[in-house]
Ligand binder design. Structure first.
Ligand SMILES: Nc1ncnc2c1ncn2[C@@H]1O[C@H](COP(=O)(O)OP(=O)(O)OP(=O)(O)O)[C@@H](O)[C@H]1O
Ligand SMILES: [Mg+2]
Length: 470
């Protein structure tokens, strides 16, 4: 994009021609307009990166052309050319957003430097925008897997609340995707092009958290040899993610509460109150209500953070998402390790579906990462999975059931049992009948009664209530 498109606007023909020649020689694409009206028409028809415009033209009253050009393309860069003695309007132009001004008669060197600087700036803006788009894409909801109703509801909430400044409290077991949701909220909001900064409040001493969050003035403490800007200030206009907020000391809780309420901070050792505009998103894997009971978490801070609360389900609760997550991670680690694994075998997926996943999505992700590395063929097999998953899964060598707390009907139980038997026998009725100790005909009759078809894929059917959370 270095050598971009320039529009030269001047009512003096000779001036236009000279500028065209100079800039074209430098490799820029140049077009010229002889009046403000013509310039605006051209700017509407095609997109120019830079407009080099005289201010004094018969059909242009002062800075009128500037306003109109910005309206047509807010990203356009404008350099103003003025005659001697009209510095006032040049200053006014800069205030209105012009990039630079040059005085006539123009100096060739000065002109080229100014134009080059303008393109440097345009390049930066462009790069920034691209980076921003990459980030939004990476952390957008489209990269989060979750077909389970609870996840769908969460995604809906994220879209709904992204643009407000309300604080959000995200809770859920470790590895359920709390940070991912926090980023999705930020990058889906109008704050998305401002910083998203994060601090992990667990296992950092108070003094460090304080200087990280609020910054400090020179000499505030030994070692503070200069001024340090804290995260609240650095995230201005954006979002600050307080991870593991349940681990904050009561003292820090009080300071953060004050900051959120007053929307201002004071640097350590500083006197001045500094206004901040930051959206706070907090996360915890602790039960804050219990912490409040115990006196280790401030109730007022809890209510201040919990304006919007998002509770992420454990992976076991949304086991129906395991196949899609597995595919997603196979794809991700295929790319990382330059492998071409096509998928996972049914028995291996069965093991994943039956495992309890105490480390949730993060544990599933590392399991798949490891499996992709170990896998020698095109498909991940049971032997590519860790021992504990192979052993702990209950369907590995027998059919096992737990009675769920809410109970269930015998009919449901029977249906589940039949489906499991069919699944274990890969849909072969004779085998399943043998497993259940009943005759082929009895099983066939029962299958019809429950409307279980042979081709029904047990791996994709939804999990029945008896397998839900313990
Ligand atoms: N819905 C999802 N879709 C795809 N990947 C996910 C999803 N949820 C979590 N992950 C992945 O799982 C890993 C853990 O997610 P994240 O760090 O957001 O969890 P967390 O709840 O913050 O965990 P912890 O409490 O341990 O900090 C990350 O690598 C993340 O990319
Ligand atoms: Mg986290």
């Amino acid at each position: 994009m270095k050598k971009g498109q320039i529009l030269v606007v001047d009512d003096e023909k000779s001036q236009r021609e000279i500028l065209k020649v100079i800039l074209k020689t430098e490799g820029y694409g140049v077009q010229a307009a002889g009046s403000a009206t013509e310039a605006l028409r051209m700017a509407e028809e095609e997109s120019f990166d830079l407009v080099l415009s005289d201010l004094k033209m018969p059909d242009n009253d002062g800075l009128f052309i500037l306003d109109r050009l910005f309206k047509i393309n807010p990203a356009v860069c404008i350099i103003i050319m003025t005659a001697h003695g009209t510095i006032d309007s040049a200053v006014e132009a800069i205030k209105k957003g012009a990039f630079d001004y040059l005085t006539k008669p123009l100096d060739r060197e000065e002109l080229l430097i100014s134009v080059a600087r303008a393109f440097e700036k345009l390049n930066l803006v462009h790069q920034n925008k691209m980076l921003q788009e990459q980030l939004s894409e990476r952390f957008g909801l489209s990269n989060m897997i979750g077909n389970h109703v609870k996840m769908q509801e969460i995604f809906k909430t994220v879209r709904k609340i992204a643009n407000s400044t309300a604080t959000v409290l995200i809770f859920g077991e470790s590895g359920t995707g709390k940070e991912l949701i926090a980023r999705a909220i930020h990058y889906n909001s109008i704050r998305g092009d401002k910083p998203f900064l994060a601090i992990n409040c667990a296992a950092i001493p108070d003094t460090l958290i304080e200087s990280e969050l609020f910054g400090y003035e020179k000499g505030a403490f030994t070692g503070a040899t200069g001024r340090g800007i804290g995260l609240f200030e650095a995230a201005d206009g954006g979002s600050l993610f307080l991870d593991e907020v349940g681990d904050l000391s009561l003292t820090m809780q009080a300071k953060i509460l004050r900051t959120i309420q007053q929307r201002e901070i004071r640097r350590i050792g500083g006197r001045e109150e500094i206004k901040i505009d930051v959206r706070v998103i907090a996360a915890t894997n602790k039960n804050l209500e219990a912490e409040i009971q115990e006196g280790s978490f401030r109730e007022d801070l809890f209510y201040r953070l919990n304006v919007i609360s998002i509770g992420l389900p454990s992976l076991a609760e949304r086991a129906t998402d395991i196949p899609a997550l597995t595919d997603h991670f196979i794809e991700k680690y295929n790319q990382r390790s330059d492998k071409r694994i096509k998928g996972i075998s049914r028995p291996a997926l069965r093991l994943l579906l039956d495992y309890s996943w105490p480390g949730n999505v993060r544990q599933l992700e590392s399991t798949i990462e490891r499996a992709v590395l170990l896998c020698e063929g095109e498909t991940i097999e049971t032997e590519d999975l860790p021992q504990e998953i192979r052993l702990k899964s209950f369907s590995s060598d027998r059919i096992a059931f737990d009675i769920p707390p809410q109970g269930f009907s015998l009919e449901e139980f029977e249906k589940e049992l039949l489906m499991k038997a069919m699944e274990k026998s890969n849909g072969v009725i004779a085998k399943a009948a043998k497993l259940l100790g009943i005759s082929y005909r009895t099983l066939q009759y029962r299958l019809e009664k429950f409307n279980i078809r042979k081709e029904e894929d047990p791996l994709v059917r939804s999990i029945l209530p008896m397998q839900k959370g313990k």
